[in-house]
Design a protein around this ligand. Structure first.
Ligand SMILES: Cc1cc2nc3c(=O)[nH]c(=O)nc-3n(C[C@H](O)[C@H](O)[C@H](O)COP(=O)(O)OP(=O)(O)OC[C@H]3O[C@@H](n4cnc5c(N)ncnc54)[C@H](O)[C@@H]3O)c2cc1C
Length: 404
């Protein structure tokens, strides 16, 4: 097991520089346009695929080939520093890949993860569909049902998913469904819905506050039939797990939870990238902008704001890197992933709001990017577990009690 180190290794430094340069050259110049268009930025994602930033090999190397766990947070911070909407368009497929990796057999991972990304010539997208219109935080409330027909070895899925990144435009949908309604979240399983499967369609596309270049929509499944091998983990394992739960034994494989647990430090890194963008921009602005015959940074009220912003950003990065390292090495103790994600969301919202304050009237207009960063920051308090759900997870971990 590698020692935790604050120093990035050569590979990580190179990846950091590579993503940063792509951010400066390609993403930043396009960010405002795609935010206004509120459309999935296919040309930018294609360019990311051409250089290997969008692709299963990069995800596999970042997630599996790095024993420190820090490569992905470092890359994601740079990507979201460039733009969170386009960043999410590039990273959204990773949720599907993480869902497959969390529940699938090695053969299923090899079969489906590359199909989620496609190739630079023929881009594909993946979506991870867990949330439902009446159940986001409360995973016990999922209703989308999967029913097995033994004679045909196939599953039929019916129901609606809500708020799904790449929902309905994805080639591969990973869908969390109820297979045993009596068992709450322990009766869930994840399924692959392959490309062009009849019965899967896009419902409403949401018009959002931020990350508007990322596509978010409902996904409707109406008698969607998938073959038995599309059940992630396989039927035998599912039957064993259900039997175990029914006997009252502990089961640690709750499909959706596993995916979210593994991705929390990465989501924190997204929020951190947005915060750093706003901090850097407002620091430079404060040095340039003059009022009362001096640069506004010469006022302690502005300079101390920037000092607090820098401190909070660095504290957040330390929490994220610690969580990524602990997660990678199986050493989570007190929900450190949730701590990092919660802190990052809060800091990102706060720093981007302070950045608007530092830019004054200009900060409030769409002429300057800080208002977009403020809108983009907020999602990190909401998706992949809201701020309150992170508090719940942390309070349960530190107390050992079933806090409600
Ligand atoms: C842009 C975007 C992209 C998304 N992408 C995906 C995706 O790709 N896949 C996917 O499956 N989902 C996705 N989601 C859904 C997201 O994960 C949910 O919105 C989130 O989990 C919250 O669920 P909810 O919206 O139903 O809110 P609710 O669960 O209804 O929560 C509403 C409020 O009540 C609070 N609350 C709820 N329960 C408790 C409790 N026990 N204690 C204290 N407070 C509580 C919450 O913190 C929140 O403040 C996305 C959402 C958005 C907005």
């Amino acid at each position: 097991m590698p020692k935790f180190s604050l120093e990035l290794n050569e590979d990580q430094l190179q990846i950091q520089k590579w993503v940063h340069e792509f951010g400066v050259d390609v993403i930043r110049p396009a960010a405002s346009e795609w935010d206004e268009r509120e459309e999935f930025p296919y040309p930018i994602v294609e360019q990311a695929a051409e250089i290997g930033l969008y692709g299963w090999e990069f995800m596999a190397e970042g997630m599996m080939g790095d024993p420190t766990g820090l490569t992905m947070p470092v890359a994601i911070e740079e990507l979201f520093w460039a733009d969170a909407g386009i960043g999410m368009a590039i990273m959204g497929t990773g949720l599907a890949a993480a869902g497959i990796a969390a529940s699938g057999t090695p053969e299923q991972v090899m079969e489906w993860v590359p199909q989620c990304y496609g190739t630079p010539d023929k881009l594909a997208l993946g979506a991870f569909a867990a949330s439902e219109p009446d159940a986001g935080s409360d995973v016990n409330g999922y209703r989308l049902r999967a029913v097995y027909k033994e004679a045909k070895d196939e599953w039929t899925l019916n129901g609606t998913k809500a708020w799904i990144t790449n929902g309905g435009i994805a080639d591969i949908h990973v869908v969390v469904a109820v297979v045993d309604p009596e068992l709450g979240s322990k009766g869930h399983a994840s399924f692959i819905v392959p490309p062009n499967t009849p019965g899967l369609s896009m419902g409403q596309k949401y018009k959002k506050h931020g990350i508007r270049a990322s596509h978010t929509a409902e996904v409707v499944l109406d008698d969607v039939v998938v073959p038995g091998h599309c059940l992630l983990g396989g039927k035998e394992k599912l039957d064993e797990r259900i039997a175990k739960v029914r006997r009252g034994e502990k089961s640690n494989s709750q499909a959706a939870m596993q995916t979210f647990e593994a991705t929390r430090p990465a989501v924190g890194a997204q929020a951190l990238g947005v915060a750093r963008a706003a901090y850097e921009y407002s620091l430079e602005y404060a040095k340039e902008r003059h009022a009362f015959g001096r640069a506004i940074i010469m006022n302690q009220s502005i300079a101390f704001m920037l000092a607090d912003m820098a401190t909070e950003i660095d504290a957040t990065r330390l929490l994220i890197h610690r969580a990524a390292w602990l997660g990678k090495n199986g050493k989570f103790q007190n929900a450190e992933g949730s701590m990092a994600k919660m802190k990052a969301g809060r800091v990102s919202v706060w720093v981007t709001e302070r950045a608007i304050q530092i830019l004054g009237g200009y900060g409030y207009t769409r002429e300057y990017p800080v208002e977009r960063w403020h809108r983009d920051a907020k999602i990190h308090d909401i998706f992949e577990g809201t701020e309150q759900i992170q508090q719940l997870v942390i309070s349960r971990a530190i107390s050992g009690l079933r806090i409600e």
